[in-house]
Design a protein around this ligand. Structure first.
Ligand SMILES: *Cc1c(COP(=O)(O)O)cnc(C)c1O
Length: 393
């Protein structure tokens, strides 16, 4: 039999993990027994629930967070010759989506304490070619959307939120998903809720929502169910699109997960507090520094619990903790340092020094809602021992 936690053994604590209960399983099984496995009513239902949850008019479900970003770029008409400003500290997909469309990603540095995109940097990187700014709610903490929106309005750019870390969070009382012209989510198992693979885009713009729907289904004007309802076989392809659809099976899981998300976010916030208290109690706070919190009112989504450790000791701490069965990770190598970007766009060290310096110190500790206080104690004890060992080394 397979181990219940992972192939690394039942004691292994991954940096993130999905929560699946019997309700989720029953919801998926019910759709498997229904006539519609894809393009069916459960997709509509999931989209309405998600839009309601985010306080937007529209939600469009797609097959991944990457598909959500790609569809977003396409719906904004971004193409060759355009520039898209993205933070250096993010997952590669945030920048890749501009490249998919033949546009150029321009890397903006992040703020040293929060690792959220620095609005001043954004302003400095604007050119006549800039069409959009993608804000990333790194680790789950919402960016300063009022500030970013002002800059975007001033320069006629679209503000996009890559909210893949932050679903369930809020900014000045407004839900994540409603904070930019268009917002994207991922439902990969490691994120705050899951559909296996999956993603979504939220917006209040009817025109954008229509373009997103067309783009996710081959650039075709009517989907199968609409044609069935309308009693017609006729459809037209008006642009190049993809098959980025999310199935009804996945949407059933998404609907069931969405109902539990607020409780999980609550729990993630508690775990974050327990972590910082335990780090202080173990007197590790000189060497282990949790990320800073933004000063505006917000609710953190806590996708990741990221700490900074002395850079020359990070590798040893990482190895020692992995040996203890603690699935620590590093999020992220700044995007402009990846070989693809260096070769294609001539980026490299020195372009975003704050992100580069932070990268050398970053360590993501395990964070998922079903973690126990005992798990947290185990992580902090392993961290303490690892620090002690590297001290002696
Ligand atoms: C996970 C993630 C994505 C991509 O989502 P997938 O569903 O894996 O395609 C994009 N941006 C960020 C910030 C992410 O964390």
């Amino acid at each position: 039999m397979k181990s219940s936690s992972s192939d690394l053994g039942p004691q292994y604590l991954p940096y993130g993990r999905q929560v699946i209960d019997e309700d989720d399983i029953a919801a998926v099984v019910a759709v498997l027994r229904s006539p519609w496995l894809t393009t069916g009513p459960t997709v509509d239902e999931f989209e309405s629930s998600l839009a309601q949850f985010c306080g937007t008019t529209y939600a469009v479900a797609v097959s991944s967070g990457t598909a959500a970003l790609h569809a977003t770029m396409a719906s904004l008409g971004i193409g060759p010759g355009d520039e898209v400003i993205v933070p250096a500290m993010t997952f590669v997909a945030t920048a890749n989506c501009a490249v998919f469309q033949g546009a150029r990603p321009i890397f903006a540095d992040v703020q040293a304490d929060t690792l959220l995109v620095d609005p001043q940097e954004v302003e400095q990187k604007v050119t006549a070619c800039t069409k959009a700014v993608i804000a990333v709610d790194y680790a789950g903490q919402p960016c300063d959307y009022d500030r970013l929106q002002q800059i975007c309005v001033l320069h006629g750019m679209s503000l996009v939120a890559d909210a893949c870390h932050a679903i369930g969070g809020s900014y000045k009382g407004r839900a994540v998903g409603s904070l930019a012209r268009i917002s994207t989510f991922s439902f990969h198992p490691v994120k705050n809720m899951t559909t296996g693979e999956g993603g979504a885009v939220t917006t209040n713009d009817q025109e954008l929502a229509a373009r997103l729907r067309r783009f996710r289904s081959h650039g075709v004007t009517m989907d199968f169910r609409e044609r069935l309802k309308g009693g017609t076989w006729y459809y037209e392809m008006v642009e190049l699109g993809w098959n980025y659809r999310l199935t009804d099976v996945q949407c059933a899981l998404g609907l069931s997960q969405l109902r539990k998300l607020p409780g999980w976010i609550e729990r993630r916030n508690v775990i974050a507090e327990l972590y910082s208290a335990a780090i202080k109690a173990a007197r590790l706070d000189a060497d282990v520094r949790p990320l800073g919190r933004a000063c505006y009112e917000h609710r953190h989504g806590w996708h990741l619990y990221v700490v900074r450790v002395p850079p020359h000791r990070r590798a040893a701490i990482f190895t020692a903790m992995r040996k203890d069965g603690i699935g620590v990770n590093v999020h992220y190598l700044p995007v402009h340092l990846h070989p693809f970007y260096r070769q294609r766009f001539g980026t490299g060290p020195g372009l975003c020094p704050v992100a580069e310096a932070a990268y050398a110190e970053l360590l993501s500790l395990p964070m998922f809602p079903t973690m126990t206080e005992n798990d947290i104690a185990r992580v902090v004890e392993s961290l303490r021992a690892a620090l002690g060992a590297t001290d002696r080394a």
